[in-house]
Design a protein around this ligand. Structure first.
Ligand code: PRP
Length: 182
């Protein structure tokens, strides 16, 4: 990823470290849901890389679906407004739902999504996030599974973008400050 190295000056988590993190989460989820069938719902767009890795680390029968929400635009700050752009296809009444996110920041997005799914009366709803910035939380929501707690930096890669690009970086990196401050 030579062409993309100009966008960051620090790697926060390497591809190898992320692999281990996903393996650990997959093992935890496999243990916790033993004997059950899971329904994983990925929050697009950022969640797609983590989702693809996580499903292959879970040794259980599972289904997948995807939702799309919009909360940020190209700004780095949350607007607090969550819009549902794409919903799932099936009712949830007989499902154990696990929401899969790339990152939790203010918690506003997941708070909205979790309440929406809880209101559809599934068997259970839990949240799995690859990365968490708990110090940024604006609402009282704690993920059930967390890959890594990270500092309050503008992170890119492993599904996370800057202005739509850089999601394909295999490492989790810190965006160069002069790129978003110019
Ligand atoms: C990011 C991320 C979460 C949300 C977290 O999505 O994927 O959905 O922000 O922030 P919060 O905890 O403050 O609500 P973003 O709006 O950047 O969309 P994207 O996944 O399509 O890039």
């Amino acid at each position: 990823m030579n062409e993309l190295s100009k966008y960051y000056d620090k790697v926060l988590m390497t591809e190898e470290e992320i692999k281990k993190m996903v393996a650990r989460l997959g093992a935890e989820i496999t243990r916790d849901y033993a004997g059950k069938k899971l329904f994983l719902i990925c929050v697009l767009k950022g969640g797609f890389v983590f989702m693809a890795d996580l499903v292959r680390a879970i040794d259980l029968p599972l289904e997948v679906d995807f939702i799309a929400v919009s909360s940020y635009g190209s700004s780095t700050k949350t607007s607090g407004v969550v819009r549902l752009l794409k919903d799932i296809d099936k009712p949830l009444n007989d499902k154990h739902v696990l929401i899969v996110e790339d990152i939790m920041d203010s918690g506003l997005t997941l708070n909205y999504i979790k309440s929406m799914f809880v209101n559809r009366n599934p068997l259970s709803v839990k949240v799995c996030t690859a990365f968490d910035k708990p110090e940024r939380r604006k609402v009282d929501i704690t993920p059930d599974y967390v890959g890594a707690v990270i500092p309050d930096e503008f992170v890119i890669g492993y599904g996370l973008d800057y202005d739509g690009i850089l999601r394909n970086l295999p490492d989790l990196c810190i965006l160069k400050r002069d790129i978003y401050e110019k």
